[in-house]
Design a protein around this ligand. Sequence first.
Ligand code: ADP
Ligand code: MG
Length: 264
Amino acid sequence: MDSMNSMDSMDSMEHAIAIKNVTCRYGSTTALQDVSLDIPKNAIYSFIGPSGCGKTTLLRSINRLNDMIPSFRIEGSILVEGKDVYAHSTSEDTAKLRRRIGMIFQQPNPLPSSILKNLLLPVKEHYKGKEKDYRSLALEKLKLSFLYEEIAGQLNQNALSLSGGQQQRLCIARALMLEPPIMLFDEPCSALDPISTFKIEEMLINLKKERSIIIVTHNMEQALRIADYTAFFYQGKIIEAGETGQIFRRPKTDLLKRYITGRF
Ligand code: ADP
Ligand code: MG
């Protein structure tokens, strides 16, 4: 039994995230049913599927954001970097987990203060460092998110004066301040213009060299352009998952065929 357990955790160390037989409920609504999926390191994994099929629920279960919803229940296990996140449940454990996982939502959510203050906020909270020491880190993250050249020299400008696409890139730069090895994106480009979308896709391709990424997208071309792997969700289940090329060019199920050709 002991040796099986250690084999198990060795196996899961190879993945950024291992999702095993996860069922999630909100009261009597089952949002996910017996879902299992391994998320490899240093790759982009896209989640596709119609609205209401459980993609956000799974994303928010990985960093325990659903804990705040009183009716939420989860069964099964989610291992992040080999550790069962629901087995370690002090608030310190959860804070530590969330430092390892950056999360970006559909609506950019910068604070109504300067660009620089937005970027310094996460490091200030976690490391209680001196602002000055983190300024160069902030500039580096702005360059990574292709925002630096657009706002150069205006770090004290209010973040809310930026365009939606610029705000989203600022939020990604802010998440990067903590150097999270895992990043979760929930429809990050749905509300954005094509140029910002393109810049974010470029950024994600650069980020995956060192990070493991999941992106929920309703844009099939986007999944094809950037994702190494894709999982197709339908009514709380993963119907198909695998290499993106395989998923789009050789779908096995009729459901997926209909979904990717828009006959749904
Ligand atoms: P998706 O992201 O694929 O659109 P969700 O994970 O948001 O799907 O939703 C999956 C199911 O869970 C839906 O039936 C939805 O109505 C339900 N659900 C999501 N969030 C909540 C919540 N906070 N309370 C109750 N039900 C919820
Ligand atoms: Mg969603």
